[in-house]
Design a protein around this ligand. Structure first.
Ligand SMILES: *Cc1c(COP(=O)(O)O)cnc(C)c1O
Length: 379
């Protein structure tokens, strides 16, 4: 079956005698055991829950992996991946990371003796030159957020594996409809399910998918041992949102492409970052390893004041952190999603202060363009 069919044709309720069309919410913490000395399929929802199992299997299937795991947030998923490491191990990360990941790496991981070093992972030579015998994990997003740099996932995976390191890709900006990092050699694909997987701004969640059974066992162990699994109702909402992933993404991506084209030709916009634009440095690579530029883009406005004015003037684009919702949103990354980056790293990264990030929704394209045009002409 093709992706569109797989989104709605899967076993939504394994073993259920009533054959429901939607997955029931097993809102129960415990399951009665028949015997005192053996468990059934489920015993305690931290360890396993039928609603979560359906979601985890579906996410695993959409990412072409073998096992999936859903967490209370994207950050809980990232935290779990870092717990695969031990004292003395090192993470080599691309420098353009989600603010929360930077904060976790700088201010939490340092407490457990794990070092994080940053590299420009869009340059494979830098990655190869920076990896050391202590590097246990290479960690990156692609396209990165908010600068939409495109990383060569296959190239990085090859370098990681030549040094017996794992490669984890945060693919939140793409969703499994547009990109499948496991097919490109990544060991772990991770999502903030809060974004495109959910699509409706009504769930905070995270997902991890892997292929390797031993790695899957380790992640399951951590999910259960740390108690970070997603609850049944949120799993239900995610299952519901996921069914329209292709419809949403198609509409959002097509709007985003048109908006990127519009911004690229607007006299008041110095530059646009969108990997669906042919003059984007990562355009060819994105064409090869993904299926479009996605629905997140950013652009410079000339000054921090202009960025603030535009964000506050828009009518349809709501000022909001996060992305991937059916609603279009606008944000000032340095002040919002990336404000949690530790100061010393923020200098190094030098995220432009006049940068605005847009997440494009499913609204009418003319309305979106009209809204932006009006604001840009008034700055
Ligand atoms: C939002 C986001 C996260 C964190 O996810 P939460 O669900 O907010 O915890 C991680 N990575 C990326 C790329 C994100 O955009």
């Amino acid at each position: 079956m093709k992706f569109a069919s797989r989104l709605v044709n899967f076993d939504v309720a394994p073993g259920d005698p009533y054959r429901p069309m939607a997955t029931p919410i097993y809102q129960t913490a415990t399951f009665e055991q028949v015997h005192a000395d053996s468990f059934g399929d489920y015993d305690y929802s931290r360890s396993g829950n039928p609603t979560r199992k359906v979601l985890e299997d579906q996410v695993a299937s959409l990412e072409n992996g073998t096992r999936g795991f859903c967490f209370t947030s994207g950050m809980a998923a990232i935290t779990t991946v870092t717990h695969l490491l031990k004292v003395g191990d090192e993470i080599l990360a691309d420098w353009d990371l989600y603010g929360g990941a930077s904060r976790l790496f700088a201010r939490v991981l340092n407490r457990s003796g794990i070092t994080v070093r940053y590299v420009d992972a869009s340059d494979l030579h830098s990655v190869a030159a920076s990896i050391t015998p202590a590097t246990r994990l290479i960690y990156a997003e692609s396209p990165t957020n908010p600068l939409l740099r495109v990383l060569d996932l296959k190239g990085i995976a090859d370098i990681a594996h030549a040094h017996s390191a794992l490669f984890c890709v945060d693919s939140s900006t793409m969703s499994p409809y547009l990109q499948n990092p496991l097919d490109l050699g990544a060991d772990i694909v991770l999502h903030s399910a809060t974004k495109f997987l959910c699509g409706h701004s009504d769930v905070t969640g995270g997902a991890i998918v892997v292929k390797d059974p031993a790695l899957a066992d380790e992640i399951y162990f951590l999910q259960n041992a740390e108690g970070s699994a997603l609850g049944p109702f949120d799993c239900f909402l995610l299952l519901r949102g996921l069914k329209t992933l292709k419809l949403r993404m198609d509409a959002q991506q097509s709007n985003a492409q048109a908006i990127a084209n519009f911004l690229a030709s607007h006299p008041n916009v110095p530059s646009v970052h969108y990997p669906g634009l042919p003059d984007h440095p990562g355009f060819d690579l994105q064409q090869r390893q993904a299926r479009g530029g996605g629905a997140v883009l950013s652009f410079r406005t000339g000054s921090p004041e202009a960025a603030k004015r535009i964000a506050e003037k828009t009518q349809i684009f709501r000022i909001s952190v996060s992305f991937g919702s059916v609603n279009s949103t606008i944000s000032v990354p340095v002040k919002m999603s990336h404000a949690s980056i530790p100061l010393e790293l923020r200098d190094e990264r030098a995220l432009p202060e006049d940068l605005l990030r847009l997440s494009i929704g499913i609204e009418d394209l003319g309305d979106l363009l009209g809204d932006l045009d009006k604001c840009l002409n008034e700055i």
